[in-house]
Write a protein that binds this ligand. Structure first.
Ligand SMILES: [Zn+2]
Ligand SMILES: [Zn+2]
Length: 773
């Protein structure tokens, strides 16, 4: 029987070669009709034999016909009247309204088909370092403006040769409308310069061979990739890695590494089934993997932590380089210290000239710098720690459609910002710490760019409550917008709600470094009833005094003294604790000054920060006195945990009826100090410390459930980047019949704040009835 159906498909179906796939299947099956993109997804009208239409739907949704990058969320079909005189199947131009949002997709690792062609002597892209197709290659990083067409990308300067053009215009070809399509005859080229920018090699083969040779001999080479420059060095050569560390002015922070096969990575790290899948995914992130003991990776790659960050090659150039017999490379961001990633050739030479011995350059301009994303596993689920290449700008889809555009400014550390338009929340890539002037400048220009790219004109602006945040000040300076200020930890919980498409209310458990509280104190370990509508603080870690706000997150002596004074009260005397303090701050005079500062409350704040409690515990255990990079001490504390220890310290939950419940940690601190004095093993003490917090948070959640009858516990905040604590707490909560939710596509750290802010703003705007469903 001949039928005509109208089919709606939603999900990731735009910018992924979906319409050509629809076209091809319709052609093969002899169906008539058309396909077009619209604001919600893809619409298809099909006419033909009923069983052919059924087969069409099956083939589109599964098997080899489905475009590899497509993700179908829903597919519905309705019968409609037959149409006479239709001539075959056509791709119609998009029903343009709003498609700007979905046509720019993320940068994707080189696909298997392209790798096969690159290795095929008979293919005209044999060993071409920029091979790509509709299913892979750069996207977001090369788009200057919309619509996403070649003239609006940095590929506009390359005129396609006839062979590339033929593929680009052939709807049955894998490269149909693949904007960065190119070959050796018409596309970008690579060359090698010395540290001053003087060309020392040209021609693909000579450049690849020379670069590999330099790396093998221990040199540092800056390599221009997809989202920016990498600084590369032989990861098995400690001298080379040390040299890179020194020149990059990065004393301690672990370096990420790249290899060209899972088998190689397995020699150095434990790779689970799910980790393997993630390493090989189109997003190709850095995955944190447990180190193997006694492996030959240079010591200085990642000392003081228990995991290596590995990624697989993801650009064609990476594969060509590794084919020269390279084993494992350090591949760290091409920047100095915490400045923005460098993506321009000239800037690289100026800034990295003293870091790299040579530069592997190319002439495909990177318009947006995008860092490598970082993922780890919580409860066997992948969780993003840094969301950038491969994931941005994939939006979060909301049920409701905004009539007003939203700008969410994010937090000052690990900044991202978020734009809300129609039913989408689009989070920027990881921007960085705004206190660095260059990063702040990058933040402002990125906002301008993405607003233009997605045609966002914010009427609602949302930012943190912290009056001193640069992001807050920027948001408040935007004239003509309604501004909403959102408490930091509420935004953390809201980010999880947004990810899971929920509105709340839930029991929120936030374990974090610092966030400005509604009472002016610095919050950091909070239990709240939270929805996208509002939040109410139910409990928190009992306040302790922290001296010198700016330095407190670096110098562990500050929280140590604050917590000891809180725990011992009038019994606290510096001389009694000399044995403990001298390993944290050897200068007795400084100990005295900070101690007096706390006593007299000069430049101190009250805080419930849990991040600082981790710093203090690590420092008292002798794991260091200073965070050279964020969370260095907490990571060392986690790495020290002894397996199998189930004990915990004592703690109390207390509070008057009219105020939030307090997690009183004084017993824990005293017992921990006693354990150190008794010479207990650091691994056991660290385990007991972590176990105490998990147990205390469980009790807090139970009390919250008792009082509210809510049963969903939502976990967020930077401290939940700690795998041990998160796994343990999630297990405890589940055993007590809680439904547990945590971040996965967005970081639990401050990189997720902007999403939470935007979700709250979207909800508020909906309540103000300026929304439609
Ligand atoms: Zn490809
Ligand atoms: Zn070509």
């Amino acid at each position: 029987m001949i039928k005509r159906q109208k089919i709606f498909i939603t999900g990731r179906v735009q910018g992924v070669g979906f319409r050509p796939a629809v076209y091809r299947i319709a052609q093969v099956l002899g169906l008539c009709g058309f396909v077009y993109n619209d604001t919600k997804g893809v619409t298809i009208e099909l006419q033909g034999e009923e069983e052919k239409i059924v087969e069409f739907l099956t083939r589109l949704q599964s098997g080899t016909d489905k475009p590899p990058l497509a993700q179908i969320e829903s597919c519905s079909a309705v019968d409609i009247p037959l149409v006479d005189g239709e001539d075959g199947f056509v791709i119609e131009t998009s029903n343009s309204q709003g498609t700007a949002l979905s046509q720019v997709t993320a940068d994707i690792a080189t696909c298997r088909d392209c790798l096969a062609e690159m290795a095929d002597k008979k293919d005209f892209r044999f060993r071409y370092p920029f091979i790509n197709c509709t299913n892979c290659g750069p996207r977001y990083s090369i788009v200057e403006t919309i619509p996403y067409d070649r003239p609006n990308t940095t590929m506009s300067v390359f005129k396609m040769c006839s062979r590339c053009a033929a593929q680009y215009t052939d709807v049955t070809d894998r490269r149909f409308h693949a904007q960065p399509v190119a070959c050796a005859a018409c596309g970008p080229k690579i060359w090698l310069t010395d540290s001053k920018g003087k060309k020392i090699e040209t021609g693909t083969e000579a450049v690849i061979a020379k670069t590999a040779g330099l790396l093998r001999s221990g040199r540092v080479v800056a390599i221009k990739g997809i989202g920016g420059f990498h600084l590369a060095a032989d990861a098995l050569n400690n001298e080379a890695v040390e040299r890179l560390r020194q020149r990059k002015r990065r004393d301690h922070k672990p370096f990420a590494m790249m290899a060209d096969s899972i088998e190689k990575i397995k020699q150095y790290a434990v790779v689970s089934e799910s980790a393997q899948k993630l390493l090989k995914s189109p997003q190709s992130p850095i995955v944190l993997l447990p180190k193997k003991r006694d492996c030959t990776i240079a010591h200085s790659v990642a000392s003081g932590v228990d995991a290596f960050g590995f990624m697989l090659c993801y650009a064609p150039l990476d594969y060509l380089l590794f084919k020269q017999g390279l084993e494992v490379l350090v591949m760290t961001s091409g920047n100095i210290s915490d400045e923005p990633l460098i993506c321009k050739n000239e800037k690289a030479l100026v800034t990295l000239g003293s870091v790299a011995d040579a530069f592997l350059m190319h002439d495909r301009e990177i318009y947006r710098q995008v860092d490598d994303s970082i993922v780890h596993f919580v409860e066997h689920q992948p969780v993003l720690l840094r969301r950038a290449r491969g994931y941005v700008p994939t939006p979060i889809l909301m049920e409701k459609t905004c009539r007003e555009d939203i700008f969410a400014a994010g937090a000052d550390l690990k900044n991202t910002f978020c734009l809300g338009k129609q039913n989408q929340l689009i989070c920027s890539e990881h921007i960085g710490d705004l206190e660095d002037a260059d990063v702040y400048h990058h933040y402002i220009s990125s906002i301008e760019h993405l607003r233009g790219l997605f045609e966002v004109e914010p009427k609602v602006v949302v930012c943190d409550l912290h009056p001193g945040y640069l992001s807050t000040r920027y948001a408040l300076s935007l004239a003509g917008s309604r501004v909403i200020q959102v408490q930091h930890h509420w935004a953390h919980i809201a980010s999880v709600l947004a990810e899971h498409g929920l509105g709340g209310p839930v029991i929120g458990l936030v374990c974090d470094g610092t966030g400005y509280g509604t009472d002016g104190a610095i919050w950091g370990c909070e239990c709240m009833f939270a929805s996208l509508e509002k939040f109410e603080r139910f409990g928190h870690f009992a306040y302790y005094d922290l001296a010198g706000a700016d330095k407190a997150s670096k110098e562990a002596i500050r929280p140590v003294l604050g917590l000891l004074k809180e725990a011992y009260g009038d019994d606290f005397e510096l001389r009694k604790f000399g044995w403990l303090l001298e390993r944290i701050e050897p200068d007795a005079n400084r100990q005295r000054i900070i101690s007096e500062q706390i006593e007299k409350r000069i430049n101190t704040v009250e805080t419930s920060s849990l991040g600082r409690v981790f710093d203090a515990a690590a420092a008292m255990l002798g794991l260091g006195g200073y965070n050279h990079f964020e969370a260095q001490l907490p990571m060392a504390l986690e790495a020290a945990i002894a397996d199998g220890a189930e004990e915990h310290y004592n703690f109390e939950l207390a509070g008057r009826a009219d105020e939030p419940l307090q997690l009183d940690s004084r017993k824990m601190i005293k017992e921990l100090v006693a354990d150190i004095k008794d010479g207990q093993a650091a691994g056991l003490i660290s385990a007991k410390f972590h176990n105490t917090l998990a147990a205390a948070l469980l009790e807090m959640a139970k009390a919250a459930r008792q009082s509210s009858k809510l049963n969903t516990a939502v976990l967020s905040g930077g401290v939940f980047c700690n795998r041990y604590l998160t796994n343990r707490l999630v297990n405890l909560l589940k055993k007590s019949d809680f439904t547990v939710l945590f971040n996965s596509e967005f970081p639990a750290n401050d990189g997720g704040i902007s999403l939470g802010q935007a979700a709250i703003a979207a909800h508020a705007a909906a309540r103000d009835s300026s929304y439609e469903t």
